[in-house]
Write a protein of this length. Structure first.
Length: 147
């Protein structure tokens, strides 16, 4: 019995930390902790994108939520989150969660996007961890530069 306890005391900690340590640390990390990693990940993934400009007609029914300020859309076919900031501005973000890459489980509270996969929250400002794309609005056409 004593040998078993000794074994469990010495072997269990490293095994548990090896199995759970990194995901546990990532789940508890903050937006600021992830920004450096995300920038390098997003840079490499965007280089392979051959279509660098996206035009969106806001009259399309899929984007009706963007008619109102604070309205937002998770446009999964293009892997982007869109949020109406003002009459003249719509911000566009990569919809890949910096935590573990989920793309389809977002909510928005008016100032932060929350990935419901693990509850991580990210600012809707272009200085947060979500990659922000340049976008311009002319009439009802939103042009997004995906580089």
């Amino acid at each position: 019995m004593k040998n078993r306890r000794t074994f469990l005391k010495t072997a269990c900690k490293p095994i548990v930390l090896a199995a759970l340590g990194i995901p546990l640390i990532e789940a508890c990390s903050t937006e600021e902790d992830l920004s450096e990693t995300i920038n390098s990940t997003n840079d490499s993934s965007q280089q392979s994108n051959t279509n660098t400009e996206l035009k969106i007609d806001l009259d399309d029914d899929r984007f009706k939520n963007l008619k109102e300020i604070s309205g937002w859309v998770n446009h999964t076919s293009e892997n982007i989150l869109l949020v109406r900031i003002s009459d003249e501005e719509i911000r566009v973000f990569d919809n890949s969660c910096p935590h573990q890459g989920a793309r389809d489980q977002w909510s928005f509270d008016g100032s932060n996007f929350t990935c419901s996969r693990h509850g991580n929250s990210y600012s809707a400002s272009c200085s947060g961890s979500l990659k922000c794309y340049d976008a311009s609005l002319e009439g009802n056409i939103l042009t997004v530069d995906l580089t």
